[in-house]
Design a protein around this ligand. Structure first.
Ligand code: CTP
Length: 215
C-alpha cells in the first residue's frame, strides 16, 4: 500500500538568515516511515529539516516551510491509502519575510505572525483524502478529551496523543508514551523506545485500516 508520512519541524523564515521553528527531532516520523517500509509498504516521507538519515527504501521529499509541506502533501495524497501526520508544523509564520537581514536598529522588535495552513485539517475536505487518516496531538492536560476534539475537527480515524508535560518522553527523547485515541475508545500504550513504538503503531494503524476499509 502507498503510505504518506509527514515528519520533523517546519522552518518559517523571518529574513534571509533567521527562522521560527520548534524542537521536533523528527525521530517518531522517521521511525514510522521505516516501520511501514519494513512491513512491505511503499512510503513517501515528507519532512522538514532534521539531522536524521532517510530510512532505506523510503521515498523522500524534503521541505522547509508549512506552506511547502502542504503543497507536497496535496500533490501526493491522492494516491495514498494511509496518511500519518507526525510533523510538528509551525502553527504561525511571519506575515512577511524581510528581503534583507533585519538590523538591530531599535530596542524592541514586533513580529506579526499569521496562521499556517492546517495540513492535517485540510486532508479530508480540501484535498478529498478518503484513506485512513492519522494525526498526532501534543497536550499538557485533558489528553483524551483534547485529542478526541482534534480527531473530530480534523476528520481523523485515529489520533496518537502525547502528554508533553511528562519528563523524559516526546520531543528530544528517544522514548515516547502515547495514548491511541479512536472515535469510540482510548488505548494507552506503555512507554517504549520510538523504534519499538513505531512498529506497534504501524500494526495498530494497519488493523484500523483493514477494519475501516476492508482492503
Ligand atoms: N498539523 C498540520 N498542519 C498544521 C498544524 C498541525 O498538519 N499547520 C498536524 C500535525 O502534524 C499533527 C496535528 O496536526 O498531526 C497536530 O494538530 P494541532 O492542532 O497543531 O495540535 P497541537 O500541536 O497539539 O496544538 P494545539 O493543541 O495548539 O492545536
Amino acid at each position: 500500500m502507498n503510505v504518506l508520512v509527514t515528519a520533523g519541524p517546519t522552518r518559517e523564515p523571518i529574513d534571509p538568515v533567521r527562522f521560527l521553528s520548534n524542537r521536533s527531532s523528527g525521530k517518531m516520523g522517521y521511525e514510522l516511515a521505516a516501520a511501514f517500509q519494513h512491513a512491505g509498504h511503499t512510503v513517501l516521507l515528507v519532512s522538514g529539516p532534521t539531522t536524521l538519515d532517510v530510512p532505506d527504501g523510503v521515498d523522500f521529499l524534503p521541505v522547509e516551510t508549512a506552506t511547502e509541506m502542504q503543497e507536497a502533501v496535496s500533490h501526493h495524497i491522492g494516491r495514498m491509502r494511509i496518511a500519518v501526520f507526525a510533523a510538528a508544523v509551525a502553527d504561525y509564520t511571519p506575515a512577511a519575510k524581510a528581503a534583507e537581514k533585519l538590523k538591530k536598529s531599535s530596542d524592541t522588535l514586533t513580529l506579526e505572525l499569521v496562521k499556517t495552513p492546517d495540513i492535517l485539517g485540510s486532508a479530508r475536505m480540501a484535498m478529498g483524502f478518503t484513506g485512513t487518516l492519522v494525526g498526532f496531538a501534543a497536550e499538557t492536560e485533558k489528553l483524551s478529551a483534547h485529542a478526541r476534539d482534534k480527531l473530530v475537527r480534523k476528520g481523523c480515524d485515529l489520533i496518537v496523543a502525547n502528554d508533553v508535560s511528562k519528563p523524559g518522553i516526546g520531543f528530544d527523547s528517544n522514548f515516547n508514551e502515547v495514548t491511541l485515541v479512536y472515535p469510540d475508545h482510548d488505548a494507552p500504550m506503555p512507554r517504549a523506545s520510538k523504534h519499538d513504538l513505531a512498529h506497534q503503531l504501524v500494526q495498530a494503524i494497519l488493523e484500523l485500516h483493514h477494519t475501516l476499509r476492508q482492503s
